[in-house]
Design a protein around this ligand. Structure first.
Ligand SMILES: Cc1cc2nc3c(=O)[nH]c(=O)nc-3n(C[C@H](O)[C@H](O)[C@H](O)COP(=O)(O)OP(=O)(O)OC[C@H]3O[C@@H](n4cnc5c(N)ncnc54)[C@H](O)[C@@H]3O)c2cc1C
Length: 615
């Protein structure tokens, strides 16, 4: 058996994992275990930007950012965590800049910022009595808050953090796939991983373990997510009885390339792009009269579906257009400054988007609009944590010693029922840093705890079982059926009927999954074996998602129940916790949303009062 011992083990080398590694390794021995080569992590695909109220181009405050984040999340956001995010975002951006991250610049050399959906500030000329449709009638207006490197922001963040980790001597185990957590007496004491090149098992003994394994968008048929995003961290923890929080909230990004799901960044609309239906109508004017195309993602995705259902998709089909042509931006006066722009400006701001459209669609967005449809994009739910990344044991707020989570696999919860664009990258750096610090401190305070005999035995048996099974049906068939079911029955709109159907299909798929094997029985890069194990993770998370969605009988943020179309704060102003104890669907519990109170005229009142969300 291959045995390794480190104070801190970090699983995942995306933005969250690398930021935590940088911080933890200042204090304690740290290693990063990643199934992908670090710079291939999905963080590198992030396009549009990272939010922070630097106020480089116009007035802005971190309080504005916190308000937008809480409202964007349809008030399911934990407010202390949101304030931490928005306050610390500012210093984190300057830290990244000092590490060498090449942000785009303003003419006078400051970090440039662009607009993104749902990021606003109070309108200085607001007048509640002003006639509708006028500038003065808008309570809030878009603000430039997203720092960026063209449309390759995530790539630059990932490269910068990786370089810093190498410089600081962090140990990397690249292409090692975690298959289990070592849990003893309710504590986490390490992980078991397989070395992909050889199929050898490795035991990593640790004092603290961070799961930073990213999202699980491969649960859905049309997705912006890379193939590796299969939710291994949350799924493996869930099997050990650790709860998952708010799984019913999954974000569909409005502008994926039609059928392929490849993302066309919201920066397209931040920089002036406009969406049109098949009748050439700028339909967002109907659904979000104030912010229009810059409304939050849940609102835009629902609007596209509604247009398509009403028969106003392009050519009666299930897609609409995203138009970033300079002539369109000028016609609707949607450029960031309101001044006319030309094609060269668009090409400079959105080079990768233009490239994707030419390559994957055969469409040149400089001259034509791009066919788009909503694409599964981001998991608001995940492993419940506090603001130091400590994973919660249950709704009571108790922690699991030695276990941490950060990034998309975690639910802090700063995104509530719907995340704002550019708020994930900043979540990675703010909470990655905090978690790295916390897990190192915890490790310094205690000796290594003992491991059970043969901690790898469970994984070994699981692999042997998959390899021994006959291939009754191709496992890709099970995956395709899961992806289609989740897209159609548990996507942008849901009802009790569609969710019940999904629940029954998933039970059948789980049974079929347990009796199917792989063709390749070898030990060298047996990717078939690993994909089957990843599919097992996705199936468990899909079941948790559907069960949580069935239990939430209201519509809030990304969770849209057509049979319960309004938000119900009296019953559901709280987080869902689902536990895999016993038979499916397991126990569901609830935890109150963290609300900040402040004193007004001698009385305590909510700092962010509940309001009906309008854009
Ligand atoms: C196309 C696209 C564009 C986006 N654009 C933006 C944007 O402009 N702004 C923004 O704020 N957000 C954006 N997002 C969202 C954001 O990029 C992600 O939420 C974020 O990068 C997730 O980072 P992470 O560190 O949590 O995980 P990831 O970067 O996804 O990394 C996950 C890591 O976990 C490892 N891993 C997973 N399972 C295992 C296992 N079993 N064993 C070992 N290692 C494992 C992987 O190897 C990988 O290193 C975008 C997302 C996509 C898909």
């Amino acid at each position: 058996m291959n045995y390794h011992r480190f104070d801190c083990i970090i699983v995942g080398s995306g933005g969250a994992g690398l930021m935590a590694a940088l911080e933890a390794s200042k204090l304690a021995g740290t290693a990063v275990v990643s199934k992908l080569y670090p710079t291939r992590s999905h963080t590198g695909a992030a396009q549009g930007g990272i939010a922070a109220a630097l106020a480089n181009l116009e007035d802005d405050t971190w309080e504005n950012h916190a308000y937008d984040t809480i409202k964007g999340g349809d008030f399911l956001v934990d407010q202390t965590a949101a304030e931490v995010l928005c306050r610390e975002a500012v210093e984190c951006i300057y830290d990244l800049e000092h590490m060498g991250l090449p942000f785009d610049r303003t003419p006078d050399g400051r970090i440039s910022q662009r607009r993104f959906g749902g990021h606003t500030k109070p309108n200085p000329v607001y007048d509640p009595a002003a006639p509708a449709g006028t500038e003065a009638a808008k309570p809030r207006i878009p603000v430039k808050r997203a720092c960026h490197s063209a449309d390759r922001t995530g790539h630059m963040i990932l490269q910068t953090l990786y370089q810093q980790c190498i410089k600081q001597g962090v140990t990397f185990f690249d292409e090692f796939h975690m298959l289990d957590l070592i849990m003893v007496e309710g504590e986490c004491r390490g992980i078991v991983a397989i070395e992909i090149a050889t199929s050898e098992l490795h035991v990593f003994h640790a004092k603290s373990v961070l799961l930073a394994t990213g999202g699980f968008g491969r649960m859905f048929k049309v997705s912006s997510n890379a193939f590796a995003l299969t939710g291994d961290g949350p799924a493996i923890a869930y099997r050990h009885g650790i709860p998952l929080e708010d799984m019913e909230f999954y974000q569909f990004h409005p502008t994926g390339i039609y059928r392929l799901g490849i993302l066309l960044s919201e920066a397209c609309r931040g920089d002036g792009g406009v969406m049109f239906n098949g009748e050439g109508e700028r339909f967002m004017e109907k659904y979000a009269p104030n912010l229009k195309d810059l409304a939050s993602r849940d609102v835009c995705s629902r609007s596209i579906y509604q247009e398509v259902r009403a028969g106003r998709g392009v050519g009666g089909k299930d897609y609409v257009y995203l138009d970033i042509r300079a002539e369109t931006i000028n016609k609707y006066k949607t450029s960031p400054t309101g001044e006319p722009v030309d094609s060269a400006w668009v090409s400079k701001r959105l080079p990768d988007i233009i490239d994707f459209a030419r390559t994957y669609l055969g469409v040149d967005p400089i001259h034509e609009p791009m066919p788009i449809q909503p694409t599964a994009h981001y998991a608001m739910g995940g492993l419940p944590t506090d603001v130091h990344g400590r994973v919660l044991r249950d709704e009571s707020g108790a922690f699991i010693a030695g276990l941490y989570s950060a990034g998309e696999s975690a639910c802090v919860s700063v995104h509530g029922a719907n995340r704002l664009g550019t708020n994930s990258l900043v979540d990675l750096v703010v909470f990655g840093r905090r978690t790295g610090r916390e897990m190192a401190r915890f490790a310094l305070d205690r000796p290594f705890q003992s491991l059970p005999p043969k901690p790898e035995a469970y994984v070994k048996a699981e692999i042997e079982a998959v390899l021994a099974r006959p291939r009754v049906e191709p496992w890709v068939k099970i995956r395709d059926e899961m992806q289609r079911t989740m897209m159609d029955e548990c996507g942008v709109f849901r009802t009790a009927d569609t969710l019940t159907k999904a629940r029954d299909v998933l039970v059948d798929l789980q049974n079929r999954y347990r009796s199917t094997g792989v063709q390749d029985k070898g030990t060298v890069f047996n990717t078939g074996l690993l994909e089957v194990l990843e599919l097992g993770c996705l199936l468990d998370l899909a079941q948790a998602t559907v069960a949580s969605a069935l239990a939430r009988k209201e519509s809030r943020g990304a969770h849209s129940r057509e049979d319960f179309p309004t938000r119900d704060d009296s019953q559901f102003f709280r987080h869902t916790f689902i536990f895999k104890d016993g038979e499916y669907p397991g126990r569901i519990g609830y935890k109150d949303v963290d609300v900040i109170l402040r004193q007004v005229d001698g009385r305590m009142e909510p700092k962010y009062p509940l309001e009906i969300r309008k854009y």
